[in-house]
Ligand binder design. Structure first.
Ligand SMILES: C[S@@+](CC[C@H](N)C(=O)[O-])C[C@H]1O[C@@H](n2cnc3c(N)ncnc32)[C@H](O)[C@@H]1O
Length: 200
């Protein structure tokens, strides 16, 4: 099965209890919203892999951004549509097939890259094309396994992680802010990143 299909299938099963279970391990989502509001980010913001709309809902409350969300999973988006105000635009699409007419002032990806880690470079190139010159990128994701047991557990859930993701972000963008944090005293690490898409 192609990775894309396995992600859709996985979230078909997970969507019903996603919002209840994920606060226990998708750490940093409140903080990345604070970073976006601290930077006084305004204009258009795209969340790629917005899932059930947890972050978009918080961004709608805490920023003045004109918000758009895209996601592969129709089941996750059904939940997002129920909870989000109508002015937030939501589209079901794969990142690699999304070709909007306008670029965005800011783009956010929270726990998306590590779902298809082999395609990081390809996804990053595509994300860069969606950001205006001098626009911002925000990424929150897993950074490092704390043990081989945890690695096996995460790989079983289709998630792979590695420090090269943060390194690639720092190569492609000018780093404005970054932070690496330990979860549960070091069972894993996650990072929060803010970069600027400086014109070449
Ligand atoms: C772990 S969830 C994170 C959801 C949300 N960003 C959050 O932090 O709560 C990852 C989401 O990314 C979506 N996704 C994964 N790969 C994608 C792709 N290539 N294009 C669009 N969405 C994708 C999945 O369908 C899923 O809803």
């Amino acid at each position: 099965m192609e990775k894309k299909e396995s992600i859709i299938k996985y979230y078909k099963k997970q969507s019903g209890f996603y919002d209840i279970t994920r606060p226990a391990f998708l750490f940093g989502r409140g903080e990345i919203v604070r970073w976006i509001s601290d930077a006084n980010t305004s204009g258009t913001l795209l969340e790629i892999g917005c899932g059930t709309g947890h972050i978009l809902k918080s961004l709608a409350r805490n920023t003045d951004c004109d918000l758009t969300g895209i996601d592969l999973s129709p089941d996750m988006l059904d939940i997002a549509r129920q909870k989000l105000p109508n002015e937030i635009k939501i589209y079901q699409t794969d990142l690699s097939e999304y070709n909007p007419n306008e670029k965005f002032d800011a783009v956010l990806l929270s726990y998306v890259f590590t779902l298809d880690f082999a395609k990081n470079e390809e996804h990053l190139k595509k994300v860069k094309q969606l950001i205006k010159p001098n626009g911002r990128i925000y990424v929150l994701d897993f950074h490092r396994y704390g043990s081989t047991f945890y690695k096996r557990y995460m790989n079983w859930h289709g998630i792979e992680m590695g420090e090269e993701l943060l390194q690639s972000l720092e190569k492609e963008f000018v780093t404005e802010r970054k932070s690496i944090r330990k979860a549960y005293g070091g069972v894993w690490e996650y990072f929060i990143y803010e970069g600027i898409n400086v014109r070449d």
